[in-house]
Structures are given as C-alpha cells and as structure tokens.
Design a protein around this ligand. Sequence first.
Ligand code: AMP
Length: 437
Amino acid sequence: MTAKPKTIAKKVTKGGEISAPKGMRDIIGDEYYLFQGFFEKAQEIAMYYGFKPIETPMLEHENIFTSGIGEGTDVIDKEMYTLRTKGGDHLALRPEHTASLMRSYIEHGMNNQPQPVMFYQYGPSFRHDNPQKGRYREFYQFDIDSLGSEKSILDALVIKTMITIINEAGAPATSIDINSIGCKECRPGYIRELVSYYKKHMNDLPALDRERLKTNPLRILDSKEEKTIEINAGAPDCVSFLCPACKRHFKEVLEYLEEMQVPYTINKNLVRGLSYYCRTVFEVIVDNGDGSPALTIAGGGRYDYLGKQLGSKKDVPGIGAALGVDRIISMPWYNKHTPRIMKKPKVYFIQLGIEAKLKSLNIIEILRKAHIPMMQALSKDSLGAQLGMAEKSGAPYTIIFGQKEAIDQTVIVRNMENRSQENVKQTKLAEYMKNLK
Ligand code: AMP
C-alpha cells in the first residue's frame, strides 16, 4: 500500500496561507536589483582597495562558532540554527562570516602567503532572533577582512573601505563610533574594575544584566535596559586601562582616520556583541530619517585571538567589518546602483506559426550572442497579444518572425516609433541590430 500523501503541514503556513519561514523572505523584482546593484558596487570598491573574493559554505561545524564567537553571547546562546546530519555531524548555519573565514585561512595554510591576506565575501547569515524592522532571521552581509597582521594601518584600511561603500551607497555624512577594548594583558584589569563597579550597583541592575555579570560582563556596557544605561554613564572606561601597546595601536588607528578625514566619535560603551573582539571595535549607526529608531548598518573590529580559539597553533591577527545590506538598501537615502546586467530591452521578439516557433530559439540565440537585450512572449501565439505586449514593453524595435521569414531565413525588424519595417537576413541580423540606435 502506498503512503497517503501528507497535506502541507501547519508549520509551512501562516494564517492558513503557504509562507516562507518566519523572518525569511523571497527577494524578487526591484528588491533583487537593489541587492545586486549594492553587491556589484561594494565588490568593485573592495577590489580597488586590494581585497580578493572568497566564498565559504553557509554551513560549518557548530564548534567553529561556539569556540570562535564564544558562549555568553546572544548569537551563540540563543540565535544559532543548528542541526545534526544523518552522519551525526553537528552543523550550524553561519550567524556571521568571520569565523568561517578564519577556519578557511587555517585549513588552507594561508599563513604561508605574504601577509596580510585580504578578502571580501557576501551572502546570507542566519540568526534566530525576533524579527522586526531591519531585523531578519536570514539577512545579507557584505564583509571585508584582513588576516595575518596586527598593524593599525589595516584597521584604518578596513574602516576606510567600509565607509567608502557606505558613502557611495548614498549615506549622508557618516561618522563611526569607535573604541578599543584592549588585549589579554590589559583587559582583565579593566574587567575587574568594571565588575566591582557593577557589584556596587547590583540591586539596581536588571536581571538580564546581573546574569551577564557572570557570563560576559563587557556586554553590560551595550545593554539596552534603561536602568543599565543610567548605571553605565558612570562606568569606568576601557581606554584609561589600555596597556601601552594597545594605547599606541588605538592612537595610530585614530591618526590614520584623521589623515583620511574619516569622522569618528570615541564611544566608551562600545564593546560589540561577539566575544572574539580585541583592541579596535567600531560601528556605524544611522538615523533613517522616518522617526523610527536609528539602526546599526555596519560594524566590526579586531579579532587577534580567534585563530587560536579555532585551533591554529599560531595567533592569526585579523580585522574586519560587516555591512548589513538589508538595512542599507532600505534607507531612504540609498543610491540605487543599477546592476551591470540590467539593460533596457532594445527589441521585442514576436513569432507567428509553428514553423517560426520551432526556429525562434535560434533567433534569440543570435541576439544573445550579439548582446542585444530583448523580451519575448514565446508562450503566446496571436499577433495581437504579442504586439500589445511589445507596445507595453517600451522596446524601440520588434522582430516579427512568421512562416514566410522562417522559410526565407529572414526576420522583419519594425521601428516602433515610426512603424517603418525592414526585411533582414538572419545572417546579417546581429550586425543590423547593433547598428540601430
Ligand atoms: P554583527 O555581525 O552583529 O556586527 O552585524 C553586522 C551588521 O549586520 C549589523 O550592523 C547590521 O547592519 C546587520 N545585521 C545584524 N543582524 C541583523 C539582522 N538580524 N537582520 C538584519 N541585519 C542584521
């Protein structure tokens, strides 16, 4: 007996309608072109600054993220999509790109290449967060990273590249928030001071932040809890605790930014969510101009310890930035970059009769090879319907291909503006079309 086919399970429906998973969406039509235009422009800018492309898998071994990003962060504790394969592997959908990139660097022994190696990558990331405006469960990031050098000039280069992409996307005067959270020499002293400060305010700290005091006290600094924000105003600031090497590094980064006229504000409460950061951390927050809360459109920092956390024998210093593409392209100021392949159709192709339909794809192939953008309605048979669609398409020319033309190996090219027509040999079609204005 064959199994009864299952009806669509409740899980794939929303209010009885079939739908994509919560917080995930199809990218269609104009929105697709917004993404594509952004990615093309961002790649071009990153390429001119010396970054090379890379693509890593969307799935990684789960421990790449747990040991890299670290427990005590929302991303790991609550937001990761994990799965167990039939073979028993524990995998996770990437919640960000950096840990995967570091895994790739180690796996391919990139430390043997001239350092640093600089990459850009883009694509979806996944976090099981509460969807809201500008927050999805599947979202798109564009990342730029430099691995293998701890020099401050690379922090400046990554920041400059990020800001250039944001400015070219149309952002009005963008300033970055920047801070240094020190290294393993100076951070413990700072954290001790911070913990003892929070302990003094223990009774006023909201439960969530009291918990963070045990797991990841630095995170309390960027808490969104109202009471904590008040307490944070008097918290000791990290920069005063930096060791001489970190202080020098931070000062150099700021000097480079000033030299390049990248506006910045030192934000002593900026620590960022992921625990692998050290020294430089930064964010770009913008007001989207419609009265809704400001959104972080990009952020990043230095991650000099991540390599060893993932199993590298040697430290792999790194610095990177991630741009939130969904957010950038939804801004009212977004400068719609037209994708390179987007071309207005020059010709509308019309076919009539069985003989012509059979040979239609050959004519389309001639046009494709000649790079003539075209539209067609191959599924239609009537001349009237096809002419109507040609008219609406706005294409300045139509090609009419009927029984007679199929036999004669010609086509009719019609100028849609003055209605003049010409019979053109198929062998001459590419050249003829190219010469038309
Ligand atoms: P993060 O890896 O958290 O620093 O994120 C880098 C950038 O990605 C942020 O500045 C946001 O612009 C964007 N981003 C992060 N999480 C989401 C999300 N759930 N939905 C949309 N964009 C996001």
